[in-house]
Design a protein around this ligand. Structure first.
Ligand code: TYD
Ligand code: MG
Length: 448
């Protein structure tokens, strides 16, 4: 009989310890250790098994495999051009964001058998959802099951090209004593599925919930194992959702997919800029349009700033959808280089629509929107501003300027402010291009 004992594992990085520790010595996260039952009596019989022959790289034959298209363009693009047979994809996100919906819609479009395993919903509940999504596919198999052995049996029976596990936290291997959702179960189930997927050449989408701390439970360990990690994000009070690849062995991680949640499922948003600009109030100070590259696509969005006098000693700085530390730096640059006093003001910054932007190309727009609100001067609503701002107040070049200009033209903007360095490489275009050297000249152009 195998003996079992208790071990503590860091749920963030997988560091193991024999006693509980408050702070992980490896990744330094607090309160991350969880208790796990480990069987010690069992010896792994792996030695000598599965010896893979040594080979020269030139002797290996590897043709680019045909990917499976889900016909959901936004999803396929994030995956790097469709599902890769034999790969495992981890789809993470907050509960209720639409992971199950997306996975079901992807399954519905395939012409080959697909297996949708749900440990969370009954077959009836799945059917009701399928009706809402108008799924009629005859190759769509449903299995409300939590035991991995039964799942593998079903896989053998129907030889699917895609298996969805909804969610990995509910699935368990009966040989292990740990309850579903523990690190050991999550890891072992994923590894077993992965081996099976590689052997039989089907693709697996593993759905994982995100814990309060923002991690997929049992997170980093899974991220190392699987081929692709995609995150489904969005605000619950907004209907749009963004799909982002965090890791992808078969494609770039820059692409994003944009969706909107409707009463009958997720709809692709082919032109995200239009969506993000749709509710714009044109005649207010502090509002400005900028362009951020998300993968290969430029997205136009509105930056809003509100600067108000602070009656208390400590003025507030709040940023939504933008890095707080970056805001602090830009505020210091505005004070020092543009001579605008902000130390006695509250500054609130918002990326309209609830999108998160990390690209420094929107710096100039952030600075100008703050200046516009402080000076209470409106900025022309048909103007777009792009550029990174350096500590000296200089405006630095941005990548892929042509694409940003094209998108601005397409959406009917009349003027674009761009870094001077980018200007040299440009051809003529219908939109008026204003090259900008530094923050001061942008502010005086926009607000004089
Ligand atoms: P779901 O896919 O169940 O989320 P997850 O699997 O990530 O927990 O989606 C849940 C939300 O989506 C739920 O609040 C209802 C909403 N929804 C719609 O608005 N329209 C639809 O057609 C469906 C299926 C769900
Ligand atoms: Mg779900």
């Amino acid at each position: 009989m195998p003996k079992s004992r208790i071990k503590y594992i860091c749920s963030n990085c997988g560091y193991e310890s024999l006693r509980w520790i408050g702070k992980c010595p490896e990744c330094e996260s607090w309160n991350a250790f969880v208790e796990e039952l480990v069987e010690t009596g069992k010896k792994k019989q792996t030695a000598g098994k599965n010896i893979v022959p040594l080979s020269r790289i030139n002797e290996i034959f590897a043709a680019e495999e045909e990917r499976i298209q889900t016909q959901i363009e936004e999803f396929d693009r994030v995956l790097g051009g469709g599902l890769m047979p034999g790969s495992v994809i981890l789809l993470g996100g907050d509960p209720g964001i639409g992971k199950s919906t997306l996975a079901m819609q992807a399954c519905a479009n395939l012409k080959t058998p697909v297996l949708y395993v749900s440990g969370e919903e009954s077959a009836k509940q799945i059917k009701l959802r399928a009706e809402r999504l108008r799924i009629t596919s005859d190759e769509f198999f449903v299995l409300p099951e939590t035991d991995l052995t039964a799942i593998l049996d079903s896989i053998n029976k129907i030889s699917p090209s895609l298996v969805v596990i909804d969610s990995i936290q509910t699935i368990a291997m009966s040989e292990l004593d740990n309850s579903p959702g523990t690190m050991t179960q999550i890891r072992e189930c994923t590894v077993t599925l992965m081996e099976e997927a590689k052997k039989k050449h089907f693709c697996v989408i593993v759905i994982g919930h995100v814990t309060k701390e923002g991690f997929i439970a049992g997170p980093k360990i899974l991220e190392h194992i699987v081929d692709t990690v995609i995150q489904f994000e969005g605000e619950h009070h907004h209907s749009f959702r963004i799909l982002r690849a965090q890791k992808n062995r078969f494609g770039s991680t820059n692409e994003i997919g944009v969706f909107e949640m409707h009463e009958n499922g997720l709809q692709e948003v082919r032109n995200p800029s239009k969506l993000f600009l749709s509710e714009r109030e044109r005649k207010t100070s502090g509002s400005i349009v900028t362009s951020s590259m998300e993968g290969t696509r430029p997205i136009l969005l509105e930056v809003q700033a509100l600067v108000t006098p602070s009656n208390f000693g400590n003025p507030q700085r709040v940023a939504t959808g933008f890095d707080y530390r970056r805001l602090a730096i830009l505020l210091a640059v505005i004070e020092k280089r543009a001579g605008l006093r902000l130390s006695a003001n509250n500054v609130f910054l918002n990326m309209a629509g609830g999108i998160k932007i990390t690209e420094p190309a929107i710096d100039l727009a952030v600075c100008c929107s703050i200046a516009s609100s402080l000076l209470d001067k409106e900025i022309d609503g048909d103007t777009i501003v792009v550029g990174e701002v350096g500590l000296g107040g200089e405006v630095r070049s941005v990548s892929q300027i042509e694409k940003r200009i094209q998108e601005a033209e397409k959406l009917g903007f009349s003027t674009i402010l761009i870094p001077s360095y980018n200007n040299a490489s440009l051809k003529d275009s219908a939109i008026k291009i204003i090259p900008i050297d530094n923050l001061n000249s942008a502010i005086s152009y926009l607000m004089s």
